[in-house]
Design a protein around this ligand. Structure first.
Ligand SMILES: [Zn+2]
Length: 310
């Protein structure tokens, strides 16, 4: 037994405090050695104490940003889904904008839109600025940079970012204050109710911790929070946002590792999961809740109403 008391005192974000419920202590379920995974009994979200424990961070920016074709397909998917041109999106904030490739895409599609980006890594931020000379790029932590952003924004996007931030629920509250009354926040993140993390955890538990690779691979140390659908709904509620659209993607085959047989089997399973309305990546479109309460009947709401599932 290690000194849990001391550790508990140090924990402020992630780890044994649920990143969604905050006040609620989460239970330690999986000990991967250099970091541990916790499950919140309240909302079903999982979190990691990798940040607090300074576990080795395996983040590889090059491989992360290498899938531009697949990324472009996703960007186009979002643009088509929210009809950016029709609804007059005049301002876009990309949180965690990386090398600025998405902002560049937005600039091509909506040449008159005002664009801003926030990026933690100075080198990637410099690349984003060079790619987007007309955009404002803020360098630093998302929440720390938000006061410099010139809201309100018609569209705020977070691509592969939400699972990296230590206080996602707070970030969402801050973003809700920056989104225009008829604007939207788009989040793409990892879905903990997917088959992949479930199988990883099952393998770990079933083997008494001997088979740890699948659990580690599906809960890498640079990811701090792993969201259940219930947790996402709770977080949206607390930020005063409605989920107006929700859909799932599967992991690209190019991003998988292992033997060809393992990749083929995993790929087939994920395809099946996707067909059943679930997936490793969850996409959410959120909008200010007041709109619907005040009986707004804009074409935007008519289009998106009823798509969010439950
Ligand atoms: Zn929770």
């Amino acid at each position: 037994m290690e000194n849990v008391e001391v550790l508990e005192d140090l924990v402020t974000e992630g780890g044994s405090t649920c990143p969604v419920c905050r006040h609620r202590p989460a239970a330690m379920r999986i000990d991967l050695g250099d970091y541990r995974l916790f499950e919140c009994p309240g909302c079903g979200c999982w979190s990691s104490d990798a940040l607090i424990r300074s576990a080795t961070v395996s983040f590889e920016p090059v491989s992360y940003f290498a899938n531009t074709d697949a990324d472009r397909t996703r960007w186009e998917g979002l643009a088509n889904r929210i009809d950016t041109a029709d609804t007059g999106v005049g301002s876009v904030l990309d949180v965690g904008c990386g090398n600025g490739a998405y902002l560049e895409f937005v600039g091509q599609r909506l040449p008159n839109a005002r664009r801003e980006g926030i990026e933690l890594d100075p080198d990637r931020a410099a690349e984003a600025a060079a790619r987007n000379p007309d955009a404002r790029i803020h360098v630093g932590d998302a929440r720390a940079c938000l006061p410099q952003a010139e809201g309100p924004f018609d569209l705020i996007t977070l691509w592969d970012v939400f699972e990296h931030v230590p206080a996602p629920a707070q970030l969402l509250v801050d973003l809700a204050a920056l989104v225009a009354p008829a604007g939207r926040i788009y989040i793409q993140t990892i879905h903990e109710d997917s088959l992949v993390p479930r199988l990883g955890k099952l393998a770990f538990r079933g083997s008494g911790g001997r088979v740890s690779y699948p659990a580690r691979r599906s809960h890498e140390p640079h990811h701090l929070a792993f969201f259940s659908r219930r947790g996402l709904r709770l977080m949206a509620d607390r930020a005063g946002l409605d989920i107006s659209d929700l859909w799932f993607d599967r992991l690209d085959r190019e991003r998988m590792d292992g033997s060809p047989l393992v990749v083929a089997a995993t790929s087939a399973l994920l395809m099946l999961e996707n067909l059943l309305g679930n997936g490793l990546f969850v996409n959410l479109i959120l909008e200010p809740a007041e709109l619907r309460e005040s009986g707004d009947s804009s074409p935007r709401n008519d289009r998106t109403r009823g798509r969010a599932g439950d």
